[in-house]
Design a protein around this ligand. Structure first.
Ligand code: NAI
Length: 345
C-alpha cells in the first residue's frame, strides 16, 4: 500500500521497526537527502491504523524536505512516527528507538516532536549520535525547539499582519491560538507581551485556563476555536485542521500557526485563498525549531546565529505573500514551487 499511497512521492526510503521485546513500533520515512542528511522530529502518537501512521510519516517527511530547504539549511527531509500503544515509553523502549535511528547510519537525524520530550531524546542519544534537540547550556544553539518555533511563528505572523492588515506589530491584534503546548504557550507569551488580544483553546482545559489567566485572554472550548472571530487564527495543535467545513467557518483574515500539514488536502490551500484569507505556509513559518536543532547538530553557530536565521522567516513569508498576490496563486503553492526547485524535483 505504501507505493500506491497518495502521499508517496518518490521517498528515498520508508523504514519499519518492530521490537516485540519493548513493544516499540516505529516508521522512519526519508523523503530526500538532496541537500543533506534527512532531518525531522519523532512523533509519538495514537493512530487509528497502521496505514494512518504511514500516511503521517510520508506527509511529515516531505514537509521536512520543503521546510529545511526553505529555511536554507544544508539538510534533507525525514520524519519518525512512533506508534503509541500500551507499551511503556521507558528507557529500554527509547533506546531501541535510538538503535533504529542509528541503523540508518546518519541518513536520518532525529529530534523531538509531539509526544517526545528533550529528556526522551537524551535517552535516545545513548544509542545514536544522530540526534539533535538535546538540552544545552545557555548561549548555545539547540535544546527544546519549541521556543524557537514560537519565535519564528511570531515573526511570520507579524509579516502576515503587515501584509494583510497593513499594521506594524501586534498592538490590539486579536489572535486565536489552538493548542498551548511547547509552541503555543510560548507564542501566547510573546503575543501578549507585544500587545495582542488572545483567545485560546486546548483539549487540556486546565492548560487553556492557565494561559488565559496568565496572558489576560479568554479561553473557549476546543470545538469553537477554529470559528472564533479574530484577526488571526494560529493552529498550534495537530495537522489537517483546515478542511472544506472548517475553512467555510473561519472568521479571520489570516491563518498563521506552527502545526505541520495544516491543510487537510491540497485543495484546501485554494479554498483558503478563495475566501481571501492569507495563509502562512506551515513549513515556512514553523522552521524556527529545526533551524535551532540543525544549527546545534551541524555545530554551525550559537544562539545568536540561530536568532538571525529565524529572523529571516519574516522576509521569506513577505516574499511569498507578494508572489501570491502577483500571480493569483495560493501561498502554499507558491511555497511548494520554491521548495521543489531547491531540492531538485
Ligand atoms: P505539544 O505536544 O507540546 O502541544 C500540543 C498541544 O495541543 C497540547 O497542549 C495538546 O493538549 C493540544 N491539543 C491537541 N489536540 C488539540 C485540539 N484538537 N484542540 C486544541 N488543542 C489540542 O506540541 P508542540 O511542540 O507545541 O507542537 C505543536 C504543533 O506544532 C504540532 O503540530 C507540531 O508538529 C508543530 N511543530 C512543532 C515544532 C516544535 O518545535 N515543537 C516545530 C514545528 C512544528
Amino acid at each position: 500500500a505504501v507505493f500506491d499511497a497518495v502521499d508517496f512521492d518518490a521517498h528515498e526510503g520508508v523504514h519499519f521497526f518492530d521490537d516485540p521485546k519493548t513493544g516499540l513500533r516505529a516508521i522512519i520515512a526519508i523523503h530526500s537527502t538532496h541537500l543533506g542528511p534527512a532531518a525531522g522530529g519523532s512523533r509519538y502518537w495514537t493512530y487509528a491504523s497502521d496505514d494512518a501512521a504511514v500516511t503521517d510519516a510520508l506527509r511529515l517527511s516531505r514537509g521536512m524536505s520543503y521546510k529545511n530547504a526553505m529555511a536554507e539549511l544544508p539538510m534533507g527531509g525525514g520524519k519518525a512516527v512512533i506508534l503509541k500503544t500500551a507499551a511503556p515509553k521507558n528507557d529500554a523502549y527509547l533506546e531501541t528507538f535510538g538503535r533504529a535511528v542509528d541503523s540508518l547510519g546518519g541518513r536520518y537525524v532525529t529530534a523531538e516532536d509531539v509526544g517526545i520530550s528533550d529528556a526522551d531524546m537524551v535517552v535516545v542519544s545513548r544509542q545514536t549520535r544522530h540526534v539533535s534537540g538535546l538540552p544545552v547550556a545557555g548561549g548555545a544553539a539547540g535544546g527544546n525547539p519549541g521556543p524557537s518555533t514560537a519565535e519564528g511563528v511570531f515573526r511570520g505572523m507579524r509579516a502576515a499582519v503587515k501584509h494583510k492588515l497593513g499594521r506594524d506589530g501586534f498592538a490590539g491584534v486579536h489572535v486565536a491560538i489552538q493548542g498551548l503546548g511547547s509552541v503555543g504557550y510560548a507564542l501566547a507569551g510573546k503575543l501578549a507581551a507585544a500587545g495582542a488580544k488572545l483567545t485560546v483553546a486546548d483539549i487540556d482545559e486546565a492548560r487553556a485556563a492557565k494561559a488565559a489567566a496568565e496572558f489576560a485572554g479568554r479561553h473557549v472550548p476546543v470545538d469553537e476555536i477554529m470559528a472564533v472571530e479574530a484577526d488571526v487564527l494560529s493552529p498550534c495543535a495537530l495537522g489537517a485542521t483546515l478542511n472544506a467545513t472548517s475553512i467555510e467557518a473561519l472568521n479571520v483574515a489570516i491563518v498563521a500557526g506552527a502545526a505541520n500539514n495544516q491543510l487537510a488536502t491540497p485543495a484546501d490551500g485554494a479554498r483558503v485563498h478563495a475566501r481571501g484569507i492569507l495563509y502562512a505556509p506551515d513549513y515556512v513559518i514553523n522552521a524556527g525549531g529545526i533551524i535551532n536543532v540543525a544549527t546545534e547538530y551541524l555545530g554551525s553557530g550559537d544562539a545568536e546565529a540561530v536568532t538571525k536565521l529565524i529572523a529571516k522567516i519574516e522576509g521569506r513569508l513577505a516574499d511569498i505573500f507578494v508572489e501570491s498576490d502577483r500571480t493569483g496563486t495560493p501561498t502554499d503553492v507558491v511555497a511548494d514551487r520554491m521548495a521543489q526547485k531547491l531540492i531538485g524535483r
